[in-house]
Write a protein that binds this ligand. Structure first.
Ligand SMILES: *Cc1c(COP(=O)(O)O)cnc(C)c1O
Length: 347
């Protein structure tokens, strides 16, 4: 296999600095779910810790534990999916911060913590309209009252209140923020004064200062992936960090064959739609096979020529988000689908 994902860690470092200066004094939590959006968890975590990142967003406990192993004890690691009592025990052992948006789960956590003789750090989640998880507004008062009681008993340490928003329309996000504000007031009335209130992901963290609170949870922008329909990475002051390449393995009459395909994570709906980069400039990506795909040929095409599927845009290709927009999805979706079998090459 010649396909490679080149990841520019210096660009990652620059993006992290750019995001931090944009959101300051709010803190950056770097989101590293899905193997750091397909870029490779270890390299990303190591680079980010050296760049001074102190918070990581790890989605599930397995990822959180892996971040702990890579980054050591000095960082805070936020996970928001704990599915089982085993997960809760593992999270407590690894000293993860836990996002809890369910009354029953809060009790399970408090029990697991008592068994372990630990006082886990908890971020209470209000459902501000996404209905993914989170405590509904009508149940929030009782939830924060119970959390305050568990805190008073020394069984948990409530450090945060948070939610997640769609970032699809300003009006919906404003409604969500109003719900968040009410939830913060109710938490305060119950005696909870969270040190870290967090609501925004990439798009809102740049475009909507009032959504930053104490911390923003950013994945996409740190990886140089702009929002679909949003401003370019360059306009945001960000650099694309990844370039997906494959080599020509056969030259035919009207097409060349490259050895990357749908089994490697390229959405087959890109066939005939995406432009890819070649030594002669942009060419159309043809039918995608499982492990090989066709690309419109060019003069003097040779076996071994490099074709860029997406990247910083030097030879006619687009970015991950450009590809995503062709098929009605988001850039993250393209990045995280790239097969783990394709080597990540770091520079
Ligand atoms: C993925 C995720 C983020 C990061 O979103 P980006 O748009 O990639 O910055 C933030 N918060 C939660 C809860 C997420 O699941």
């Amino acid at each position: 296999m010649t396909a490679r994902l080149h990841v520019d860690l210096a660009a990652l470092t620059d993006n992290i600095a750019r995001v931090r200066e944009t959101v300051a004094p709010a803190e950056l939590m770097l989101v590293v779910k899905d193997d750091a959006y397909g870029h490779g968890l270890h390299a990303v975590v190591n680079t980010a810790t050296r760049a001074g990142v102190r918070w990581f967003g790890a989605f599930d406990v397995r990822t959180g534990t892996a971040v702990r192993a890579a980054a050591g004890d000095a960082v805070r690691i936020f996970t928001w999916i704990a599915a089982s009592p085993d997960d809760l025990r593992a999270a407590i052992t690894a000293q993860l911060d836990l996002g809890i948006g369910d009354a029953e789960l809060l009790e399970e956590l408090a029990d697991a913590a008592s068994d372990a003789g630990a006082t886990p750090r908890v971020h209470l989640k209000i459902d501000t309209g996404l209905h993914r998880n989170g405590v509904r507004p009508e149940e929030w008062s009782a939830f924060v009252a119970r959390a305050a009681a568990l805190q008073a008993a020394g069984r948990i340490d409530v450090v945060g209140v948070w939610s997640h928003i769609a970032e699809a329309s300003d009006a919906e996000d404003d409604d969500a923020r109003a719900v968040f504000e009410r939830a913060l007031q109710q938490a305060e009335s119950a005696g909870i004064l969270p040190g870290v209130r967090h609501l925004a992901a990439s798009a809102a963290s740049f475009a909507r200062p009032e959504f930053r609170y104490d911390m923003v949870r950013v994945g996409a922008f740190c990886y140089g992936i702009r929002s679909a329909g949003g401003p370019s990475a360059a306009k945001l002051g960000l650099r694309t960090i990844a370039r997906l390449e494959a080599e020509v393995v056969a030259v035919q009459e009207e097409t060349v064959r490259i050895d990357i395909g749908a089994f490697d994570g390229l959405p087959s709906s890109l066939s005939g739609r995406a432009m890819v980069g070649t030594p002669a400039g942009a060419r159309r990506l043809g039918p995608l096979g499982g492990v090989q795909s066709l690309v419109e040929t060019w003069t003097d095409a040779e076996v071994g020529d490099v074709v860029t599927i997406y990247g910083p845009g030097r030879s006619g290709e687009g970015t991950a988000t450009d590809l995503a927009e062709l098929i009605g999805t988001i850039g993250e979706e393209i990045a995280v689908r790239i097969s783990p079998l394709i080597p990540r090459v770091y520079t």
